[in-house]
Design a protein around this ligand. Structure first.
Ligand code: NDP
Ligand code: 2IT
Length: 448
């Protein structure tokens, strides 16, 4: 879509020119700026006072060498990043991704998205993201530990419980957070809530592990409810089989749905009887195995090489929970043809702009990532609160707060969409509602 507002068009041009070779970052910025057209029409000061100009430029980018010794005694070198994008409403907050595809553009797109997502939670957290091109696959625990310790040896001077609080993302779960927290504590000689997603014995929050997947389903439930529908009896396809996918399965199933397919980066499984979650947890959480091992114990299920075709399976609800741009225009058209009624994004930016357009044009309920998957970071903020209080809430208490937060995010995004003349467009609504809180704060500070 072309911009009607020439100043927004020029700003987008500058973003592309200033950040060459970073298509994911351009894609994320383009979508937000498009949504903000009606906002700057009503509130031109967001343009004239430089708020938008500042918003698309990270406050700080840290890029560093991460040397570590492999099990053969050889020195390996990876590149580490932390993008501290925006601290207008709280300390930088966002995950760390360990995946070979990581480069600055990926971390910038994720950090940019995080700014709006974190604002939507209603909690006082700014936006940041980090990670490395380190590939944890096939590495021993000792190698992962040495990598994490080296990564934190540099990162620890840039973060802190009131400055920047990292967490997990792709390739970073409780094991990695444990190694990193231990190293931070050792170097800084302090026990603080500097990371979230911690183990339950040393300051982690109950329900953080489940939060992104559960939150995604709470959000989807709100979308369905507003349309007079529910999860009951629905066929659900979930891509991925990591942290977000597993707990999306768990909650969708408890709400009466049947999950018939899941995937990893090699391929996908289809089980007409419903994918057995205990088997998937055993493969992924316990053994760090591959999804095709599902067939070892469920021989009637199917395994297909390649993950893209998971979207050819007919379903009522699709929950992309793997990675960016995993669901393109063709996949969206196939889902529509097969009768999908709702799509909600557990991953960050999993749908291409084409796919989003196809869903919206065909009246499919669409929950964008920064609203639908905000339950993870919201519960991270609850972990920070508990750490600051040196107290911990029960699972039920945290889950109830998460549920309320997701209902609130849905209501705010739906309300903003309506207020700006785009009723039902949760992409625009989430972008606008997330933006306004950050932008008002930046205005209040004077020159951003
Ligand atoms: P995990 O590492 O636990 O799982 C990632 C899953 O996605 C795996 O099944 C992985 O398969 C698959 N995957 C990763 N990269 C690719 C790829 N390039 N192509 C195909 N499949 C891929 O990560 P999470 O579950 O934590 O994260 C999943 C998504 O959710 C990400 O987009 C993340 O940013 C987002 N997210 C995560 C939150 C959290 O709290 N963890 C919060 C909000 C969003 P394989 O094992 O083969 O690599
Ligand atoms: O994308 C995300 O919101 C996350 N990976 C979670 C971040 C967090 O700080 O819990």
């Amino acid at each position: 879509m072309a911009f009607k507002n020439q100043e927004l068009a020029a700003l987008m041009e500058r973003v592309i020119k200033r950040n060459p070779g970073e298509p994911e970052f351009h894609q994320a910025v383009q979508e937000v700026l498009e949504s903000l057209e009606p906002v700057v029409e009503r509130r031109p000061e967001f343009l004239t006072k430089g708020v938008l100009e500042c918003l698309v430029e990270p406050e700080r980018i840290i890029k560093f060498r991460v040397p570590w010794v492999d099990d053969q005694g050889k020195v390996q070198v990876n590149r580490g990043f932390r993008v501290q994008f925006n601290s207008a409403i709280g300390p930088y907050k966002g995950g760390l991704r360990l995946h070979p595809s990581v480069y600055e553009g990926i971390i910038k797109f994720l950090g940019f998205e995080q700014v709006f997502k974190n604002s939507l939670t209603g909690l006082p957290i700014g936006g940041g993201k980090g990670g490395s091109d380190f590939d944890p696959k096939g590495k021993s625990d000792a190698e992962v530990m040495r990598f994490c310790q080296s990564f934190m040896t540099e990162l620890c001077r840039h973060i802190g419980p009131d400055t920047d609080v990292p967490a997990g993302d792709i390739g970073v779960g409780a094991r990695e957070i444990g190694y990193m927290f231990g190293q931070y504590k050792r170097i800084r000689n302090e026990f603080t809530g500097v990371l979230t997603g911690k183990g339950l014995t040393y300051g982690g929050s109950l329900a953080r592990k489940e939060a992104t997947g559960y939150g995604l389903c709470y959000f989807t439930e709100e979308m369905l409810k507003a349309a007079g529908k529910s999860f009951e009896g629905k066929r659900v396809v979930i891509s991925g089989s990591g942290n977000v996918a597993i707990y999306a399965h768990e909650k969708a199933t408890s709400l009466g749905a049947k999950v018939v397919a899941m995937s990893d980066s090699n391929g996908y499984i289809y089980d007409a009887d419903g994918v057995c979650l205990d088997t998937v947890k055993g493969i992924k959480e316990v053994r760090r195995g591959r999804i095709k091992e599902y067939l070892d114990t469920h021989p009637k299920a199917e395994y297909h090489e390649g993950c893209k075709n998971i979207w050819t399976i007919a379903c009522d609800v699709a929950l992309p929970c793997a990675t960016q741009n995993e669901l393109d225009g063709d996949a969206a058209a196939t889902l529509v043809k097969n009768g999908v009624i709702a799509v909600a994004e557990g991953a960050n930016m999993p749908s291409t702009p084409d796919a989003i357009h196809t869903f919206q044009k065909n009246g499919v309920l669409f929950g964008p990532a920064k609203a639908a998957n905000a339950g993870g970071v919201a519960t991270s903020a609850l972990e920070m609160s508990q750490n600051s209080m040196r107290y911990s809430w029960t699972f039920e208490e945290v889950d109830a707060k998460l549920h309320q937060i997701m209902k609130g995010i849905y209501a705010n995004a739906a309300k903003a969409a309506e207020e700006y003349g785009m009723k039902g467009n949760l992409v625009a609504g989430a972008n606008i509602a997330g933006f306004l809180k950050v932008a008002e704060s930046m205005l209040a500070f004077g020159a951003c």
